[in-house]
Design a protein around this ligand. Structure first.
Ligand code: TYD
Ligand code: MG
Length: 457
């Protein structure tokens, strides 16, 4: 065996260096270099994988018919763009305890007539069995392997010829062709590409589970994000049961889609109609609450914006946001100061999007402004009214995309009125809706209708 050679490798992006450096020049992250043993000092090992590559005109390439594998978990299939593409590699990332293993196992159990190889380097076969009993019925086609050694895994795959491979987690897999320890970027990269070579060839889809680090990135491997076809992020607030799965990369579909689940005692339950759970059930109108019609991917849903405005006790007023961008809140408050005499300097403002979800959609601006004003004036809004418009710096009520879908959702949920921008009027066929659509061009017009007593604060 040749002399051992070590290299310092950035665990974030895979860049290499002969000596330790504090900050990676390639990706700019701090403190990411660790020493890894690089096997052999000779020339780089040749790949054993050979293909007969031929040059083809793009028009002559025949698209193979790629029938997607439906997992039966609708939210998951929709997110992928209609099921798993043969030979594709899907990476599910998320914080520990968020439910990645549960989701993967649930998929394995749903695919009753497919042979699924479920590899776990994190839990014993018994633990997996206990979990399976909790979330559904096991079936004979779900094969569990508790191993982390890549060569074993590939042998088992060749032997069983599964229809789907699930690997929980990629960080635990290692190959002895490299001497660096499991979990290092070199190991992850090598294992992933070896798995990929095998499964792409055979047309088997793979679901990889990946940990994320403190900063919320997929641990180590940015490299991994380049290799895989689909990257799904599993998110949620610790104190809420809701879990959101979103695609941040998808070679076979849109990335704007979003799947919502609820963690129950018997695994993850799909939330097919998010509005119903995201709206709190209140009997009386309360001040500071406004319902907004938002959109995630192609699906509209209604969310509740809650604001609390109180007199500032300290010199600097407090601003706090959950689920909404604080800079955007500050901007909207400034608009309020100009347009409604809201005295920014003496008020604390707290804003919360109910249900623990995060919204980036500018269409909730109007809902935010109105909820703040409602709390400040202590005038509740009517329960049957909702909002869908962006607000500009000069207080103009701006149009938003897919307004018909938003209005449709509000109507479906029994709302009587929806405030939208008058610039959305064009092309909108109002005769098809029962719901009353109120058009506004300026925030003042909205305020006047909602808070008839005026907007002095
Ligand atoms: P898990 O899938 O192990 O998370 P990850 O693989 O992302 O680390 O999920 C762990 C959490 O989910 C754990 O705190 C228990 C909870 N859970 C339920 O509430 N109900 C269930 O049916 C299952 C299987 C787990
Ligand atoms: Mg797990």
């Amino acid at each position: 065996m040749g002399k051992q050679k070590t290299q310092y490798v950035c665990q974030q992006c895979g860049a290499q260096s002969a000596k330790w450096i504090g900050r990676c020049p390639a990706c700019g992250e701090w403190n990411t270099y660790t020493e890894e043993i690089i096997h052999g000092t000779g020339p780089r090992q040749k790949s054993t994988f050979k293909t007969d590559s031929t040059l083809q005109a793009i028009t002559e390439i025949r698209p193979v018919s790629r029938e997607r594998m439906k997992t039966g978990l609708q939210e998951f299939d929709r997110l992928l763009g209609g099921g798993l593409v043969p030979g594709s590699m899907v990476l599910i990332g998320g914080e520990p305890g968020i439910g990645k293993s549960t989701l993967a196992l649930q998929i394995a159990l749903l695919l009753r007539d497919k042979k699924v190889l479920y590899l776990s380097g994190e839990e014993s076969a018994e633990q997996i069995r206990i979990r399976a009993d909790r979330i559904g019925k096991g079936h004979e086609n779900c094969l569990v392997l508790n191993d982390t050694y890549l060569e074993n895994i590939l042998n088992q795959a060749a032997h069983t010829e599964p229809d789907l491979i699930i690997i929980d987690s990629i960080q635990t897999i290692y190959t002895d062709q490299l001497e660096s320890s499991p979990g290092t970027v070199t190991q992850i990269r090598e294992s992933t590409s070896r798995i990929l070579q095998y499964t792409k060839n055979k047309g088997i889809p793979v679901i990889l589970i990946g940990h994320i680090n403190k900063e919320g990135h997929l641990a180590g491997p940015k490299v991994l994000e380049h290799i895989v076809d689909v990257v799904l992020q599993f998110e949620g607030e610790q104190h809420y049961a809701y879990r959101i799965l979103r695609a941040s990369k998808n070679r076979f579909g849109a990335t704007s889609e979003l799947g919502i689940f609820e963690m129950t005692g018997a695994g993850l339950k799909q939330i097919l109609n998010p509005s119903e759970i995201l709206l709190s059930h209140r009997d009386e109108p309360m001040s500071g609450v406004a319902i907004s019609a938002t959109l995630n991917g192609n699906r509209p849903f209604l969310i509740e914006v809650q604001a609390l405005v109180s007199s500032a006790v300290y010199g600097t007023p407090q601003r706090s946001c959950t689920g909404f961008d604080i800079r955007r809140l500050n901007m909207l408050l400034a608009v309020l100061e100009k347009r409604a005499g809201f005295r920014l300097g003496v008020k604390d403002v707290f804003l919360n999007i109910a249900g623990g979800i995060r919204v980036d959609d500018p269409a909730i601006d109007l809902g935010v402004i109105v909820s703040v004003l409602s709390s400040s004036l202590e005038i509740p809004l009517e329960k049957d009214t909702c909002f869908a418009a962006e607000v500009g710096l000069s207080g103009e009520v701006r149009p938003v995309s897919r307004i018909d879908q938003r209005i449709g959702e509000a109507e479906k949920l029994g709302f009587q009125y929806i405030f939208v921008s008058k610039y959305n009027q064009k092309g909108l066929d109002i005769s098809k809706y029962q719901i009353g659509i109120k058009f506004a061009g300026k925030v003042e017009e909205v305020f006047r209708q909602l808070f008839k007593s005026g907007t002095r604060s």
